[in-house]
Design a protein around this ligand. Structure first.
Ligand SMILES: Cc1cc2nc3c(=O)[nH]c(=O)nc-3n(C[C@H](O)[C@H](O)[C@H](O)COP(=O)(O)O)c2cc1C
Length: 193
């Protein structure tokens, strides 16, 4: 799991997704964040986060059997720290390290129509360039149909209103279901390769 979260909502989703991953026997969720970028768009000097999961190194991704990517909605797109990190993954792209591995996406947005789908679909594009196999949430998951908050067929999401609002039951269900799905696919693909 790789994500950026400034105020904690994306991090809260990541934790529920990790529960879903680890509900699958043999699967282990590795949580990694990306650091802030400075106003000059250079990477922050902070070597370690003050709290929470460590910052990711691009190379760590090649050791994973799947990738679940999360970002807040920033003006309808992923946040620049995550994009900045992804733009350092060219060596992985050149070596094909992520080809045929499953991937999924998640987001948090403060308005209901402020970009959940748009951000999720945008985050899928770099994963496709890496040759990853995209997993969404099928409508067989009741929360995708029933939700009155976040949770989409394109990935898990949270309607963060007011800011810092807890995840709804449907959002938690979707997050866990997404983690479970990617973990199952990763194990299946790994055993068949
Ligand atoms: C620069 C900026 C741009 C934002 N753009 C959007 C947006 O386009 N749509 C939206 O619904 N919320 C937007 N928000 C709100 C955040 O997406 C929302 O609060 C999110 O839950 C924050 O995630 P975090 O708690 O993990 O940092 C924006 C917030 C900031 C700071």
């Amino acid at each position: 799991m790789l994500y950026y979260s400034r105020h904690g909502s994306v991090a809260a989703l990541a934790e529920r997704i990790a529960e879903g991953v680890e509900s699958v026997s043999g699967a282990l969720a590795l949580l990694r964040r990306v650091p802030e970028v400075s106003p000059r768009t250079e990477q922050s000097d902070d070597p370690l986060p003050i709290s929470g999961p460590p910052y990711a190194e691009p190379d760590e991704l090649s050791a994973c059997d799947g990738l679940i990517l999360g970002s807040p909605a920033y003006f309808g797109s992923m946040a620049s720290p995550l994009k900045h990190f992804l733009e350092q993954t060219s060596p992985l792209w050149l070596s094909g390290a992520l080809i045929d591995k499953p991937a999924a996406v998640f987001t948090s947005a403060s308005s209901l129509h402020g970009g959940h789908e748009s951000v999720l679909l945008g985050m899928i594009k770099p994963l496709l360039h890496h040759g990853m196999l995209i997993a969404g949430l099928p409508y067989s998951e009741p929360a995708v149909v029933n939700t009155r908050s976040g949770c989409t067929p394109y990935g898990a999401s949270h309607h963060d209103h007011p800011q810092g609002a807890p995840l709804s039951e449907d959002e938690v269900r979707c997050a866990r279901a997404l983690g479970r799905r990617v973990a199952k696919l990763a194990l299946r693909l790994k055993s068949s390769s």
